[in-house]
Design a protein. Structure first.
Length: 319
């Protein structure tokens, strides 16, 4: 088990990867630097190896797929994840590592939005998207995460080994954040300076397509983690529609004691039944979600014992 593992997912980053690896080695001399090459068509892997990184490959395209491979293959007391585009200062990494190792943090978020992001970033729709995603998650999940989409984070062993990676692309950061918030893990924010990509380096993030995937991921995870709230909203909408169309029918019945629009009445009744069913679905799924939380806590306890056993074995082998 490594003490510190720096994880760098890369796709066509030959212009910046060498500097990122060297900066990581300078900031965290005791760390093992892992570069996972995701089908790059340039010299990314070669340059990373020359800079002193351990280079591995992930052949399924997408950042989420790369992180799944990283988390599955590497064991460490603390993980530092950083993009290979040289937009994040590695000088902040020691503070993030210290929060995990000595202050029980499960996830440390490198907060760009509280510093230089809006001055450095030249893509206005990215700014809007970051604010929209941050506001949505903080409102829906009752938290105060300052930067949801940052690619600079530190994780504990327990977080990495309990995080179910379901996303394939850039929505992975959103999934990480919601997983930590929902499972009551300790989250800390470290304000970092952000710098835009150097000239010649191109972002792989598609503003509209990937932005839509992120919003879809938020809705999916809200349905999974907060089913009562999700299905209560659906039930309220259905009930409101049924009542709106039912009112004129009831008014006519009150005046003439007849129901001239009988098909509308039948549809309104079915819509109201759907609203009731949606409410009960939320109650049942909410109970299941509570049971999943209990199982997750047991899994955390088992991982803690497993980590302590591994550390004891490493200590004996070193002797």
């Amino acid at each position: 088990m490594d003490k510190i593992a720096v994880l760098i997912p890369c796709y066509n980053e030959e212009k910046t990867i060498g500097k990122v690896v060297r900066d990581a080695k300078a900031a965290l001399p005791e760390a093992t630097i892992y570069v996972y090459n995701n089908n790059s068509k340039d010299r990314t892997a070669e340059i990373a190896a020359e800079a002193g990184a351990v280079v591995r490959n992930e052949y399924m395209q997408g950042k989420g797929n790369v992180i799944r491979r990283m988390f599955r293959e590497i064991d460490a007391l603390v993980y530092v994840m950083v993009d290979g585009d040289d937009t994040y200062p590695m000088e902040s990494a020691p503070e993030m590592v210290d929060l995990v190792l000595n202050h029980n943090s499960d996830m440390v978020v490198g907060d760009r939005l509280s510093s230089t992001y809006y001055q450095e970033n030249k893509r206005p729709f990215h700014n809007f998207g970051n604010n929209l995603v941050r506001g949505s998650i903080n409102k829906l999940f009752g938290c105060n995460i300052r930067d949801i989409m940052t690619g600079f984070r530190a994780f504990s062993y327990e977080f990495v080994k309990t995080f179910p990676v379901l996303s394939k692309g850039f929505e992975i950061e959103t999934e990480m954040t919601i997983h930590a918030v929902y499972n009551n893990m300790q989250i800390d924010n470290v304000v970092i300076d952000y710098r835009d990509r150097p000239e010649g380096s191109v972002s792989k993030l598609n503003t509209y397509a990937d932005g839509f995937k992120v919003l879809k991921t938020i809705a999916r995870l809200y349905r999974s983690y907060k089913p009562f709230g999700f299905f209560s909203v659906i039930a309220a909408i259905l009930a409101l529609v049924s009542i709106i169309f039912m009112i004129p029918i009831l008014q006519e019945f009150w005046i003439s004691h007849t129901v001239p629009r009988f098909p509308t009445l039948i549809v309104c009744c079915f819509v109201m039944m759907a609203a009731v069913q949606s409410m009960f679905a939320g109650v049942i799924l909410s109970t299941l979600a509570i049971n999943n939380r209990r199982e997750f806590e047991m899994q955390l306890n088992m991982l803690q014992r497993h980590k302590e056993t591994d550390l004891a074995k490493d200590s004996e082998n070193n002797k």
